[in-house]
Design a protein around this ligand. Sequence first.
Ligand SMILES: [Zn+2]
Length: 233
Amino acid sequence: MNPSFKLFRLQQIDSQLDQANNRLAEIARELAEDSVLSEAQQSLQAAQHANFTAENELRQAGEAVKAVRDKLKENQDQLYGGKVTNPKELQDLQSEAEVLTRQLSALEDAELEKLAASEEHSAAREAAQANLEAVIAQRGAESQTLGAEQAELQTEVERLAGDRQLALNGVEAEPLALYTQLRGSKAGMAVAKVTGDSCSACGMELSAALLQAARSPSELSRCAACKRILYAG
Ligand SMILES: [Zn+2]
């Protein structure tokens, strides 16, 4: 039997091992990745801060309205209370009432604006809170799925490592060294199957002599173009 048969079997196992190990590395990265979570946390923090500021401004606007309203009430009590009778004083009170009424109207408008802003920020804060909760829930589900896949892959890697030990039986040192070297230099693919009369790895059409050599029971042959070990099947 051509020695490439054993190397081809080894190649199949190593390719599966590569795939499993790549996926395991990817899973480890995904499990460690928390940018979505920290983004949601930062958004909530910003929304909480904005909401706090808006509520403060609303309270201050309310206090300003109340202060002017109190002043106006005092003014009206004096104006219509009957205690002040001096016409000059009454006129001053009348002027003050006009100024205070204008002030009150402007402050009430400002308070309404602050109220609308505060409601908006409060809704934004609630949305940010809900988003964070959704991210945490989704992450939990994702972690569970990834964890299950990780466990399966680890079992598969162990099984493949066992298969690899068996496949190494009877592989001589020299072909194994070549195989290992080609695995390193040919993106993990050291052995190419002959498909039709071409190398399946690079597509090169193989000469009749090379095709015959690939079927030789004793010698290893290599693709003239990509230099991989040929396995004729
Ligand atoms: Zn080739």
